[in-house]
Design a protein around this ligand. Structure first.
Ligand SMILES: [Zn+2]
Length: 351
């Protein structure tokens, strides 16, 4: 394995233009050979510019790694220099492979890209940011999978032409958020166009394929930041609220409630991802605590959840027509991250 003879972080490994032998035959073989967060450099035709792509910040979201492994094996020469940042190698390697979002006692790495950079994850985030500052990329992608199944979408904190153009390499849906969570996409604040790509479910072959095809576009086009070059119109969903479940609340996924849980969603709740849910369509059931177990967050503020959801005879309905996304049937994610995001059916913010 070649290494880059630049100033090196003591929490990162470096690979320079890895050979097929170094990559192994499969992404799993490659992952076996990786031991820490890893930076991969591939020189481009134009050595004066660099584009960056992060992936595997969540260890259970492999589409970006699969795409990168395939792309590297094919030995493309990118249009510009490429800087790849592989974040949560340690979580990804915990058996069974790609099952852990983060280390069991660790923090969510994609919530650590802000000071004070405490703990192991904070040190990794700080080291990855230092690599970005050194490489001065013209843009940055952060490639993820969703916890549930559903179509691909992008997330940004800035909705300019450049973010829309980057989105269009992968998908036609862009979520503009004003929530600040310490996610890598907040690097946009450094005036580097940055977009998070959610490729679809981590088990979906289409998601892996979408990540690969997007990566090929991202690395082969001379210009990825001009909107007039995009193939389709981008639908922008603005400032979604996060609907969170109280930490002590219980959730079940069942066809009907057992009476034991504070919240019950049907097992097929993910079918609502990006669809419009009308006010007469039930979403699930609450227990005796009603909606008090739910919180709606927008602009880092707690909002009145009654403007989002209402309860009739123990069933939950949207209080107005909503478009919801990132709905998951993974109870751990539903509890630790959020239940879902929502905007008005028009794509406008609820608050
Ligand atoms: Zn993720």
């Amino acid at each position: 394995m070649d290494t880059v003879a630049l100033s090196k972080s003591n929490v990162l490994d470096y690979l320079n233009d890895p050979s097929p032998q170094a990559l192994g035959r499969s992404p799993l073989e490659w992952l076996d050979r990786l031991h820490r967060p890893t930076i991969v450099h591939v020189p481009g035709r134009d050595r004066s510019r660099t584009r960056a792509m992060a992936t595997l910040l969540h260890g259970n979201e492999p589409s970006g790694l699969f795409a990168l492994h395939r792309w590297l094996l094919e030995q493309h020469t990118p249009e510009v220099n490429m800087l790849f940042l592989l974040g949560n190698i340690s979580a990804a390697k915990i058996p069974p492979t790609f099952s852990h979002r983060q280390l069991p006692a660790g923090r969510d790495l994609n919530r650590c890209f802000k000071a004070p950079f405490g703990g192991e994850e904070g040190a990794i985030a700080e080291a990855l940011l230092a690599e970005l500052r050194k490489a001065k990329p013209e843009c940055l992608l952060d490639v993820h999978n969703t916890s549930g199944t559903g179509p691909a979408f992008a997330v940004t904190i800035t909705n300019d032409d450049a973010q829309q153009a980057l989105t269009s390499l992968f998908t036609d849906r862009l979520i503009l958020t004003d929530l600040r969570l310490g996610a890598l996409m907040e690097y946009s604040e450094q005036a580097v166009p940055t977009v998070t790509i959610e490729c679809g479910g981590s088990q979906d072959i289409q998601a892996h394929q979408l990540a690969y095809e997007g990566l090929v576009q991202y690395t082969s086009r001379p210009d990825v930041l001009s909107l007039e070059k995009t193939a389709w119109d981008i639908a922008v969903l603005r400032n979604p609220i996060r609907v969170e479940l109280a930490p002590e609340a219980t959730i079940e996924y069942r066809i009907e409630p057992s009476g034991q849980a504070d919240l019950t969603f049907p097992p097929d709740i993910e079918r609502h991802n990006f669809g419009i849910v009308s006010p007469d369509e039930p979403l699930g059931w609450v227990g005796t605590k009603g909606l008090s177990i739910l919180t709606a967050i927008s602009r880092n503020r707690t909002e009145n959840v009654d403007q989002v959801l209402r309860v009739k005879d123990g069933q939950i309905y949207p209080a107005q027509a909503i478009r919801a996304f990132m709905i998951t049937t993974n109870p751990v994610i539903a509890k630790s991250d959020c239940l879902f995001y929502a905007v008005k059916a028009t794509g406008e913010p609820i608050f």
